[in-house]
Design a protein. Structure first.
Length: 231
């Protein structure tokens, strides 16, 4: 168990270092040597977890998928919005997510399969839009797969523009504007009126997830509440 915990920590240290280097230099310019120096681990430790630079980049790209998913919502359009704005929030606050996006959008990353994030986002969007359609939340003409692809492409463009203009500082505003422009042509007006697409929504969802992930402390054996409940 101790060895396993150490291996997990080492892998995370390597991924964090790789994310820093990839974000600063891009895929082509990043080197294993620089990642090793940043991580402070041996070459053997790095190659044990990641046999190549491509494997390192794949690890960084997929790391963002390990985060807790957005809780199920009764309104599937709101769940889709929350998924988008939560990613935007993490992009501003999590170096691993920023590096993963940088790699996915890096057209100079020759030899690296960058399709994964786009296909996963499209699958998630299609699934939620189909659920929304089944509940009568979408306009009659909507084809979920096509709409998901449009949203993913537009979201990627907004991320790239925000990074270039403000280093992601204006991303919540840009994402809110994107949703205000796209959703009226997709969602039934009565449903859309109740959907929260404000700039602060991402921070709210992130806080909700953090609260839900906190373990409930076990009461002390002499806790009066246990006596009252007979536990």
């Amino acid at each position: 168990m101790v060895k396993q915990d150490r291996a997990i920590r080492t892998r995370q240290t390597i991924l964090t270092a790789a994310a820093k280097v990839f974000e600063e230099r891009g895929y082509q310019a990043a080197t294993i040597s620089e990642i090793l120096t940043t991580a402070g681990v041996t070459k053997g430790a790095l190659y044990f977890h990641f046999p190549s630079k491509e494997d390192l980049a794949d690890g960084v790209i997929h790391e963002q998928d390990q985060d807790l998913p957005v809780p199920s919502r009764a309104c599937k359009v709101q769940q889709l919005v929350d998924t988008v704005v939560l990613h935007a929030y993490r992009l501003r606050t999590d170096p691993l997510v920023r590096a993963g996006v940088r790699l996915a959008l890096d057209q100079q990353a020759q030899g690296l399969d960058r399709s994964g994030p786009f296909l996963r986002w499209s699958d998630v969007g299609t699934t939620l839009l189909r659920q929304a359609q089944a509940q009568g939340e979408l306009m009659p003409h909507i084809e979920p797969g096509e709409t998901a692809d449009v949203l993913v492409g537009a979201f990627a463009g907004v991320q790239a523009m925000s990074q270039a203009v403000s280093n992601y500082q204006d991303l919540p505003r840009r994402v809110s504007a994107l949703l205000r422009h796209i959703l009226p042509s997709v969602v039934v007006p009565s449903v859309l009126a109740a959907v929260d697409i404000t700039e602060s929504r991402g921070a709210h969802v992130h806080g909700e997830l953090r609260e839900a992930s906190r373990p409930t402390p076990e009461p002390c054996p002499g806790d009066p509440s246990r006596l009252l409940t007979g536990q």
